[in-house]
Write a protein that binds this ligand. Structure first.
Ligand code: SF4
Length: 640
């Protein structure tokens, strides 16, 4: 159900102009069931899942469903809070811990249904107690990786009425409508809710994996909870699905299918809409192996018949044989960054094998491609990497880190690591600790190994590192990472000037702005003392905006105070773990800051630097004089 705050469906559309709504198209249900077409959806897991939920929402809206904000697990006693007919859960199967949360929710939903059914029987509830009837027959749907992994088991356990895998969401409206008609029939006849077809799962399950499904033509619709009257600052754009690497510990190839990429033009169209029509300032290109992107459509191969595929460095191996034609990730990234110099571009989640030099040089040349690379190592031990089937050694990985830092000296690096993989010895664990010390990552995602069914490790290895040892090793990885990230930020960030995309006020303090640096580091800086002084008055700046066709919100734009979606120059003053604090110097544009060459320059050394003077002259107009003791004024006074 849409909130009653004046918002319309239009406000939930991501990637579509505000006046171009998905309209309700052919509705395959009967009028009798149309009043029951309400759903709610909860998402677990990664950003890909969040994006998939937006695709599911779009498909259901098009089929005439409305989304309910009523919590289906809460108690409802009045007519105004009718629970949704369909309760969907988009699931994650990557680790046991992620699945445990979903099990808990599904068990709660099942218990709730049973309890209501028993109560209804006891009080001989008649059909006019509609909500309780609806709750009794609530349709529970499981989507995503657990649906693909467990399939009919979920139906047999009575934990789901509908099970749909990640490549079959186009079939979801049909399956739900079928369930709805069955529900309607059983309610009318006061009979048990059952499927009488010969195939017990035909009306309830579609877990077909696809070799080509990319949902390229579906416009995702954002969650109502993220809606505000302000334009979104950033958005995710799915460019690639599935994985063909088959690392021995990973279930993704079994739950998400083979790797395939969305045509380049449809990605550019979506990014164009997000930036020019919705005012989005930052897009993150999303994929299971995002930098393995390869558009092999006829158009792509015709446009680029000779585009040789190159891996990162020698020492990396791929089990995928690629044809030398079409668009690769560097081609896509270049074209997305060409769309506007005021649009920041990020990407996740990549594989270290697909960082060819041309990709790294492109990143070095473009101020609007963020200076952050995710480099999931998984282990620092060559023998563990071999058992994991990662396709590289510790030495090859470290050589790649050297290449990366030669080309992108100011880059921030993040990684994933697994503690306690099969047969991992103390020596091998120490190799991972030493890799963390050597690379000094800026961000790390660290987990204890949990064996997943169907994987190569499950078929051929023993999950033989005791749980307490795994937890101790995980603790050591976390401690090592935290020590180094704090020290690195103290050593390398304090004093530097960073371009920050302002995301809004900090959740913890109304007195602080919150944003992210180019390096993907969260930074907080005070609102106090600079609020309405940070105006942008430069005609040059204004013209740049116009040239790039960035929509000007209105003439009043010039007069606005700093707000979400602005770029600001912030000098780092403090590091707390991996969160930074800083002071605001001025509002600017991505283009101007890129031209200044000041990214990462130590502000303290700027007092005598000609470069900073030159930059201040160039962009002086973008800075309204601040109060006398503002950091920018102090800095400027010291310089002159
Ligand atoms: Fe899983 Fe390996 Fe594919 Fe990443 S590259 S999704 S770890 S199989």
């Amino acid at each position: 159900m849409l909130p009653s705050d004046g918002l319309t469906l239009q406000d939930f559309v991501a990637g579509a102009p505000r006046n171009a709504l998905p309209t309700t198209t052919e509705n395959s249900t009967t009028n009798a069931t149309s009043g029951l077409k309400t759903f709610s959806i909860r998402t677990y897991g990664c950003q890909m899942n969040v994006n998939d939920t937006d695709i599911v929402r779009s498909l259901l809206y098009q089929d005439g469903w409305t989304e309910s904000t009523v919590d289906p697990t809460a108690k409802h006693n009045d007519d105004s809070s009718a629970p949704p007919t369909v309760v969907l859960t988009n699931t994650c199967a990557i680790r046991e811990g992620a699945e445990r949360k979903v099990w808990q929710r599904l068990q709660n939903l099942r218990a709730q249904k049973t309890k209501t059914r028993n109560l209804n029987k006891k009080h001989k509830l008649k059909s006019n107690h509609y909500h309780q009837q609806q709750r009794t027959h609530q349709i529970v749907g499981v989507l995503g990786c657990m649906a693909e992994r467990l399939q009919a088991d979920l139906l047999q356990e009575g934990l789901a009425d509908v099970v749909v895998g990640p490549d079959a969401y186009r079939d979801l409206p049909r399956l739900l409508n079928q369930q709805l008609e069955m529900l309607q029939e059983s309610t009318a006849n006061r009979t048990a809710f059952s499927d009488s077809s010969s195939d017990p799962y035909a009306a309830a399950m579609n877990v077909e994996l696809s070799l080509d499904e990319t949902y390229a033509d579906i416009t995702p619709i954002r969650s109502p909870s993220t809606i505000s009257n302000l334009p979104d600052v950033s958005a995710f754009v799915s460019i690639q699905r599935g994985c063909s690497n088959r690392c021995s510990f990973c279930i993704v190839p079994f739950t998400r299918g083979q790797e395939r990429s969305r045509p380049l033009q449809s990605i550019l169209d979506e990014v164009r809409q997000l930036h020019f029509e919705q005012g989005v300032k930052e897009v993150t290109l999303l994929g299971q192996n995002v930098n393995s992107y390869h558009d092999t459509s006829d158009d792509a191969r015709a446009a680029q018949p000779e585009s040789p595929y190159r891996m990162s460095n020698t020492g990396f191996r791929s089990r995928i044989r690629r044809q030398d034609a079409g668009y690769f990730f560097a081609d896509l990234l270049e074209q997305v960054s060409d769309l506007s110099s005021e649009l920041r571009v990020r990407f996740t989640s990549p594989h270290p094998k697909d960082y060819p030099p041309e990709l790294l040089h492109l990143m070095a040349e473009r101020p609007n491609i963020c200076n952050h690379l995710h480099m999931p190592a998984q282990s620092g031990s060559t023998s563990v990497l071999k058992r994991m089937k990662r396709g590289y050694s510790r030495d090859a990985y470290l050589e790649l880190m050297n290449t990366v830092r030669d080309i992108l000296p100011d880059v921030a690096l993040s990684s994933d690591f697994i503690a306690g993989f099969c047969d991992e010895t103390e020596e091998e664990h120490k190799d991972t600790l030493s890799l963390l010390e050597q690379v000094r990552y800026d961000q790390a995602f660290l987990f204890a190994y949990s064996m997943r069914g169907k994987t190569h490790a499950h078929r051929t290895m023993q999950d033989n590192v005791p749980e307490d040892v795994k937890q101790r090793r995980l603790r050591e990885l976390i401690d090592t990472f935290q020590h180094h990230v704090h020290q690195k930020n103290v050593d390398q960030e304090i004093g530097r000037l960073r371009l920050v995309l302002v995301e809004g006020q900090s959740k913890r303090s109304q007195d602080m702005w919150s944003g992210r640096t180019d390096q993907n580091k969260r930074i907080l800086f005070p609102v106090d003392g600079v609020d309405d002084n940070i105006l942008c008055r430069s005609d040059e700046c204004f013209q740049l905006y116009q040239q790039d066709d960035v929509p000007l919100r209105s003439e009043a734009w010039r007069q606005q105070v700093l707000q979400a979606g602005d770029y600001a120059v912030v000098q780092v003053t403090e590091a707390k773990g991996h969160t930074l604090r800083g002071k605001l110097l001025c509002r600017t544009t991505l283009t101007n800051f890129g031209r200044s060459g000041l990214s990462g320059v130590d502000g303290a050394s700027l007092e005598r630097a000609d470069r900073f003077k030159k930059w201040f002259h160039e962009v002086e107009g973008t800075v309204l004089p601040l109060s006398d003791n503002s950091p920018a004024k102090v800095l400027k006074r010291q310089m002159l």
